[in-house]
Design a protein around this ligand. Structure first.
Ligand code: FCA
Length: 354
């Protein structure tokens, strides 16, 4: 194949020498075509596995969550388009993360994308990947080292958490005004999860924007959840409500839809419904049912799971295939969906369930 390539190049040069300018482009086209055939003939996997088949893992901490299912779906789209094998893995604790990375290596994978159940596993994940010669990047939750500092040497794609949190805070305030609620009658219930930076940044952003808009800081109550799960958000909110029976109206937010769903359930278990609660989540992937009902869920910040699934695996694929490393840090944005636009926006992103 190499010889064909050289021969074609000679012909093009000769054409040039004979000043057959009219046909020069034809020669170039021929050359490009042959170069492609040659690359395919050589395998063209630029450092992939011996068999040439590229396998990439996608590990997520909560495989049953709609958010992660959406990421997987879009990652699969990339795999089908580009012709690599995607291995979808649920890894709910540290032990599963370790054993699944090892099995990935055994199965001949060359890389993975991960949203780990525990970001403090950062150094361990990095070591395991290096030992097994696996390229990897993180999605959603950024790894931290032993001192709790972000491991910026590992490529990451996550949401612009603080800014999206601020959008939540602003939207809560605007809706409070639309309803004509007096600030004196209203408090904020912010369900916080302090163990995860992206969660903390979101709720910090929401509180910051609420206070900036004029909401009294002493009426912003935090309800700490022990884990990032709906039941834990329910318990945290329940405790807060027991301590504040005097509040008439509530603005509610948290790290994601599942948290806010838990909070809304706690309110409704105490008989506090939509006429006294404005609740806004984050993700947008989990709220179709909520917004389909007439309840206290007002809206959600709809993220872009396609970028988190399709783009991340594509970056790891390019890294394996052609040695182009992913961008060090990518942040994605969100838009507010409410009952007015949720159907249209979920359909636009291919997230609507019939
Ligand atoms: C975290 C949350 C998910 C989603 C993602 C972008 O991993 O747990 O629900 O919000 O960030």
């Amino acid at each position: 194949m190499g010889e064909c390539f050289e021969l074609a190049w000679m012909l093009v040069c000769r054409w040039e020498l004979r000043t057959m300018k009219r046909f020069r482009w034809l020669g170039c086209l021929l050359l490009v075509g042959l170069a492609q055939v040659w690359l395919v003939g050589c395998g063209g996997d630029g450092g992939g596995s011996d068999s040439g088949a590229i396998k990439i893992g996608f590990l997520v901490k909560q495989p049953e969550e709609s958010w992660f299912r959406a990421e997987w779906r879009y990652a699969q789209e990339a795999a089908d388009e580009k012709g690599f094998e995607l291995i979808k893995i649920g890894a709910k604790d540290a032990e599963e993360v370790r054993s699944q990375i090892d099995s990935l290596a055994v199965s001949g994978a060359q890389g993975f994308v991960i949203c780990t159940p525990d970001v403090r596993m950062g150094p361990a994940i990095k070591r395991l990947a290096e030992q097994n010669d696996l390229k990897f990047m993180t999605v959603d939750d950024q790894l931290v080292d032993a001192e709790g500092a972000f491991m910026t040497e590992v490529p990451h794609l996550g949401i612009a958490a603080k800014e999206i949190g601020r959008q939540v805070g602003k939207a809560l305030y605007v809706e409070m005004q639309n309803r004509g609620w007096a600030v004196e009658d209203t408090a904020a219930c912010v369900v916080v999860f302090k163990d995860l930076d992206t969660a903390r940044e979101r709720t910090d952003g929401a509180m910051e924007a609420l206070i900036e808009a004029g909401f009294p800081v002493e009426k912003v109550y935090q309800a700490p959840q022990k884990k990032d799960e709906t039941d834990e958000a329910f318990n945290a909110t329940n405790d807060l409500l027991t301590n504040h029976p005097e509040v008439r109206n509530w603005l509610v937010c948290g790290m994601n839809d599942l948290t806010v769903i838990g909070a809304v359930r706690a309110f409704s278990s105490k008989g506090i419904g939509k006429d006294r609660v404005i609740a806004i989540g984050i993700n947008g992937t989990d709220v179709q049912d909520e917004l389909g009902k007439d309840n206290a869920f007002f809206g959600s910040m709809l993220l872009q799971p396609r970028l988190h699934g399709y783009d991340t695996v594509s970056m790891v694929y390019d890294w394996i295939q052609s040695g182009v490393a992913p961008k060090a840090d990518t942040r994605t944005t969100a838009i507010l969906i409410t009952r007015d636009n949720y159907e249209q926006e979920l359909k636009r992103q291919g997230l609507w369930r019939e």
